[in-house]
Design a protein around this ligand. Structure first.
Ligand SMILES: [Zn+2]
Ligand SMILES: [Zn+2]
Ligand SMILES: [Zn+2]
Ligand SMILES: [Zn+2]
Length: 115
């Protein structure tokens, strides 16, 4: 009796092992290249799963984000962001970011002395 039960359980496990890891309802049809999740067609977004799509860098839309830009709040990946002190800024915000803030150091001012 018990032997049969164990065998059935093992077979069942094999079958349900291929369920979409997002909805856990539909059979998985794809494997996400980014996270390795198995997902159904419904949760598949051109080359990646829906979970990765949500976590994608909002600048390049091709890599997984590593955090938010402290200035504009967009999700950014390693490549599209720079760390400024303890904060992370997207490249666009970093370009307009003035280090030092209101405290302006008078070192190397704009064309102050040119003789
Ligand atoms: Zn699904
Ligand atoms: Zn994924
Ligand atoms: Zn990016
Ligand atoms: Zn930004």
């Amino acid at each position: 009796m018990t032997g049969i039960t164990i065998k059935l359980a093992a077979e069942l496990e094999e079958g349900v092992g291929e369920l979409c890891e997002i909805c856990l309802e539909k059979p998985a049809a794809r494997v996400c290249e980014l996270c390795g999740r198995r997902v159904c067609e419904e949760h598949w977004r051109e080359g990646r799963c829906e979970a990765c799509e949500i976590a994608l860098c909002q600048v390049c839309r091709s890599r997984l984000s590593v955090g938010y830009c402290a200035a504009c709040g967009r999700l950014v990946c390693e490549d599209c962001s720079v760390e400024v002190g303890a904060a992370r800024l997207c490249r666009e915000c970093a370009a307009g970011f003035k280090p030092g803030g209101p405290r302006t150091s008078r070192r190397g001012g704009p064309a102050s002395s040119r003789s």
